[in-house]
Ligand binder design. Sequence first.
Ligand code: AMP
Ligand code: ZN
Length: 151
Amino acid sequence: MRKTTQVTTATTETASCIFCRIVRKEAPASIIYEDDKVIAFLDIRPLNEGHTLIIPKTHYETVYDIPEDQLSRIYKIVKRLAIVVKDATKADGITIIQQNGHAAGQEVFHLHVHIVPRYEGQTLPHFRDIPNASREQLEQAAKRIKQRLKS
Ligand code: AMP
Ligand code: ZN
């Protein structure tokens, strides 16, 4: 009985979860990296151009839920993409953020790591104050990052 309830909950969550929908290619995304366990795409409300999200393909809500080996897989890609995004955007620095729970500012309850290009002297606005980028802007930025990833 308990098992049935858990399965039902997980199915409902993943059906409506925007990041699970991106994984299943049901929702649009400007994807820069994908393997069997991990996918990375550009944030629709970028703090700066090249703002990237890296997620596990499996739905885990927070760092408390994800198995260590899966988290290690994610952070291997985070390191690789941090270098590539910094290079492609000519950023002075890179901020890596991973928020857990509403109090920490988490809006999407599918674990994700943000890679944010940073520039000297620039103060970042709050996440909530950023407008959506156009798909064309995101695709152009994604193209530049993917070119660096290949080289
Ligand atoms: P957090 O506040 O850490 O949960 O961050 C969630 C991030 O997901 C925000 O920066 C949103 O702009 C971003 N986001 C939400 N929906 C989408 C989407 N469909 N495609 C890309 N990024 C998204
Ligand atoms: Zn999900």
